[in-house]
Structure formats: structure tokens, C-alpha cells
Ligand binder design. Structure first.
Ligand code: NAP
Length: 268
């Protein structure tokens, strides 16, 4: 499969590198961006192909990943929509619905554009290969299109499919979630510093604790509550800390943060 990536910034760049690391050939990737010098460096470093315009890239590809800022998506899709080719379109633009993407590709209320479209919401840990992406598919996109798109995002972490009606919920949880987790790591480290640890060591202890705990949840398949119970010995240190978190409404704060972020996403 030939994959064209329009926009080699944070997300586009991470996907290009992840897709190559997953064993795909550099020849199968075509990149289109704004700055020629940056693109040539990418070509020299990774061996990927280059295209001058989104329409040129789309003409060479089976799948086009549009990874430009939301404000630039209409221009890119307008150009692709006006071209003759009909590759699968994957958009990662936050908040742009399948209907809006179809309209940008030339669809009208009476007649769809004819493009197969996938909308995706990745998150920033994709930059280190540990992203979480949810995708949803447009009416014309097939099971195979969804599977292929999941494969692209699995090259930079995990990926799942949801109905479009759940994309605001995804935005509130895995889209905004990294910021909530960074705050938790920072707070754990502050606690460590408060009881005498040097800052750098405290941050390392906190971050690895979060990473290891997350892996326990994903790799054992056990419910987080069961894993928590398993480390709380009667009358011990951990249950003493858990009691303190409950007294500070820690879980309620996390729940409300996800709901607020999802509601904000829905209102935009
Ligand atoms: N970063 C995240 O965590 C995250 C999470 C979820 C979704 N997203 C979505 O991912 C998309 C990209 O975000 P990002 O953080 O990767 O942005 P970014 O780092 O700014 O990358 C966007 C890239 O697109 C290029 N570009 C702009 N217009 C173009 C055009 N007409 N043709 C070709 N390239 C063009 C930009 O080049 P110049 O900078 O030279 O203009 C830039 O390299 C956004 O729609 C965002 O909503 C991002």
C-alpha cells in the first residue's frame, strides 16, 4: 500500500517514523509538506518519496493521511477533491466531522463526495510509539479501510474503532488525558520532593510508576480496582495513601475532568 502523508509535523512525523519502524518500505511513503528544506532532510534521513502538492501526493497513493492543523484541512482536501483520484482519506484533524470532511472534498447535501473517509483522534504519546488512537469511518469506507487505518495508527501505539458519536468522549479521555496524567505525575513527584527525594529522581520514580501501572492494566487485563486492592495490605502504607486520595475526591476530580473535556469538544 502507498501511503501519502500531508503535513509532516508532530503527528504526521510520528506516523511516518512509526510506519517505517513497523517494517513498511520507505518507497511506499510519499510526504507532502510546506518547507522544501525540511522535506529534503526527511527524504535523505528516511528514504521516503516527496510530492509537491496534496493533489500530486494523492495521485500516487492508495491512502492519504491528512495531518495538517484543522484550519488548513479545507485547503488540502479541496485540492484532493478536485483531482481525479479517489484514495482512502484519513483525517486526524481535531473536531472535523465526517460530514464536514466530505463537504471539503466536494460532497453536497444531496450527493456525497465519493471518497472513503476515516476520521481519527490520536494523542501526543504517538511521538514515542505509545499513542492511543480512536478511528471512526464514513459511510463509504469499508471494513478493509478501517482495518488498514487501524494498522497505520498501531504503528505508533494502540488503535480502536468507535462510532462517530463517541469521538467527543474519546477526545475527553485519550485526547486530553495525557495532560491529566502529566499533572498526576507532577503531583506525585512534588509529594516525593516533599518527603525528601531530589526532583529529578522523584520525576523518574513517578513517571515509571505510572508507566508500569498502565502496563499492568493493559497486560494482565485485570480491572484497575482489583490491581489496587492487591497492593493494599491491611493497615499498610498504601491503603493509608488511598484513604487520603478518597478524602480529596481524587477519583471524582478525574471523572469530572474527562466529562468536562468531552462536553467542551462537543460544543466546539
Ligand atoms: N498533536 C497532537 O497531539 C494531536 C492530537 C490529536 C489530533 N491532532 C491533529 O493532528 C493535526 C496535526 O497536528 P500537529 O500537532 O501534528 O501539527 P503540526 O506539528 O503543526 O503539523 C502540521 C504540519 O502540516 C504542514 N502543513 C500545513 N499546511 C499544509 C499544506 N497545505 N500542505 C502540506 N503541509 C501543510 C505544516 O507545515 P508548516 O508548519 O511549515 O506550515 C506542519 O508541518 C491537527 O489537525 C490536529 O488537530 C494532533
Amino acid at each position: 500500500m502507498k501511503l501519502a502523508v500531508i503535513g509532516a509535523g508532530n503527528i504526521g512525523g510520528a506516523i511516518i517514523r512509526g510506519y517505517l519502524a513497523a517494517g513498511n518500505a520507505p518507497d511506499d511513503i510519499i510526504v507532502c509538506g510546506h518547507h522544501l528544506r525540511r522535506l529534503v532532510r526527511l527524504q535523505e534521513e528516511l528514504g521516503v518519496g516527496l510530492a509537491e502538492t496534496p493533489a500530486d501526493a494523492a495521485a500516487l497513493a492508495d491512502t492519504v493521511l491528512v495531518a495538517v492543523k484543522p484550519k488548513d484541512v479545507a485547503a488540502v482536501l479541496g485540492e484532493i477533491g478536485a483531482a481525479d483520484c479517489r484514495p482512502l482519506i484519513i483525517s486526524v484533524a481535531a473536531g472535523k466531522t465526517l460530514a464536514e470532511l466530505d463537504a471539503m472534498l466536494g460532497g453536497t447535501e444531496d450527493k456525497a463526495s465519493g471518497f472513503r473517509i476515516i476520521r481519527a483522534m490520536p494523542n501526543t504519546p504517538a511521538a514515542v510509539g505509545a499513542g492511543m488512537t480512536a478511528i471512526c469511518r464514513g459511510q463509504s469506507a469499508t471494513e478493509q479501510d478501517a482495518e488498514m487505518s487501524l494498522e497505520v495508527f498501531k504503528s505508533v501505539g494502540r488503535a480502536v474503532e468507535v462510532p462517530e458519536s463517541l469521538m467527543d468522549a474519546v477526545t475527553g479521555l485519550s485526547g486530553s488525558g495525557p495532560a491529566f496524567v502529566y499533572m498526576f505525575i507532577e503531583a506525585l513527584a512534588d509529594g516525593g520532593v516533599a518527603v525528601g527525594l531530589p526532583r529529578q529522581k522523584a520525576v523518574e520514580l513517578a513517571a515509571q510508576t505510572v508507566l508500569g501501572s498502565a502496563r499492568m492494566v493493559l497486560e494482565t487485563g485485570d480491572a484497575p480496582g482489583e490491581l489496587k486492592d492487591a497492593v493494599c495490605s491491611p493497615g499498610g502504607t498504601t491503603i493509608t495513601g488511598v484513604r487520603e486520595l478518597e478524602a480529596s475526591a481524587f477519583r471524582s476530580a478525574a471523572i469530572e475532568a474527562v466529562i468536562a473535556a468531552a462536553e467542551k469538544s462537543a460544543s466546539m
